[in-house]
Design a protein around this ligand. Structure first.
Ligand code: NAP
Length: 309
């Protein structure tokens, strides 16, 4: 019998209880799963940074921390964490992100706003270009970025994707390094951020990089708030260098009422809803990793603690 601690946000336990149990049974595992158990009896920790566990020291026999989120910045540097850490790669999360990013890219590409909010009944007859004439850049070409890129390529958008290591992905102009970032910034009329929050990615979007974008470009941030220098973004919007920013993630969440993003006419705020972990599919990933660990196999989606993601 294995003891699995659910150390996610307590409010989510009712959603996860049955899917986790069923997925573990489906993987042939004999488990007890609970949000409360003596730390020294825990074998695996199903984790979220907003959950109750911040100090891993008392979990003396735990074999792995299985993060329910794709982003790990709040746990990766935890000095009490001495066991393997995995992050979430979940088909539900991926599908959600593809839908959210594709929807927001299409909104800006088609200029939908001018027809949806048109109190003066203006006959806006400007015809938007077709997708092949609208270059899109995606900063971060991992699980989520590459899935979004593939969706946009299927719609006909020319997509440039930037990653840390060089990549080859069909239909996507893959770039890396400082020259690659320059190419992505200069070409993207719409730039989507799907980078993790690490020391190397913070403030990737700043006054200097914003100035390299085509005038009137759109930034869509579904990665993390720390990727953007907020003041520089607002200055670029006010000067017209940036046409619009659609932001799902923020340095402080919920976004404080007094933050200028709320009131800015060319900022769209969505409340960190681009992609959520889905209990059914995520539970299968958790169960598979416990099975692998017990079988002595390598865990899926291990976090590179040095790189921070
Ligand atoms: P991932 O698979 O780890 O991909 C991260 C990508 O960023 C990789 O392509 C990686 O390059 C690239 N990267 C990392 N550091 C870089 C650097 N210094 N320079 C250039 N590229 C760099 O992560 P994912 O699953 O796609 O998730 C991405 C992020 O989305 C998460 O970390 C999380 O913050 C965010 N997220 C947000 C939501 C939401 O609801 N808004 C939901 C889920 C996730 P390599 O390919 O070379 O490693």
């Amino acid at each position: 019998m294995l003891n699995v601690l659910f150390a996610g946000r307590p409010a989510r336990w009712p959603e996860f209880e049955l899917p986790l149990l069923e997925a573990c049974r489906g993987a042939g595992l004999d488990v007890t799963i609970s949000p409360e158990m003596p730390p020294e009896e825990v074998d695996y920790i199903v984790y979220a940074a907003t959950g109750p566990v911040q100090d891993f020291t008392p979990y003396t026999r735990a074999k792995a921390v299985l993060n329910l989120w794709a982003g790990v910045e709040k746990v990766v540097g935890n000095p009490t964490l001495k066991i393997p850490l995995t992050r979430m790669v979940d088909e539900g999360l991926e599908r959600g992100m593809v839908e959210w990013v594709t929807g927001h890219v299409l909104r800006h590409h088609l200029g939908m706003d001018r027809h949806i909010v048109n109190p003066d009944h203006i006959w806006h007859d400007h015809v938007p270009p077709l997708a092949p004439d609208r270059p899109v850049s995606i900063l971060g070409l991992g699980t989520l970025g590459s899935a979004c890129a593939a969706s946009l390529v299927r719609l006909g958008f020319p997509v440039t994707g930037w990653s840390r290591s060089p990549k080859v992905l069909e239909g996507i102009t893959c770039v890396s390094g400082p020259e690659g970032l320059d190419e992505a910034l200069r070409t993207g009329e719409i730039t989507v951020l799907l980078l993790p929050n690490t020391p190397a990615t913070q403030n990737t979007i700043n006054a200097e990089t914003l100035a390299r974008m085509p005038r009137g470009a759109v930034v869509i941030n579904a990665g993390r708030g720390e990727l953007i220098d907020d003041a520089a973004l607002i200055a670029a919007l006010d000067s017209g260098q940036l046409g619009h920013a659609t932001l799902d993630v923020f340095r402080e969440e919920p976004l404080p009422e007094e933050h200028p993003f709320w009131a800015h006419p060319r900022v769209t705020v969505t409340p960190h809803v681009a992609a959520d972990t889905r209990p059914e599919s995520a539970s299968r990933v958790v169960a598979e990793n416990i099975r692998r660990s017990e079988a002595g196999e390598e865990l899926l989606y291990l976090v590179n603690r040095d790189a921070g993601y």
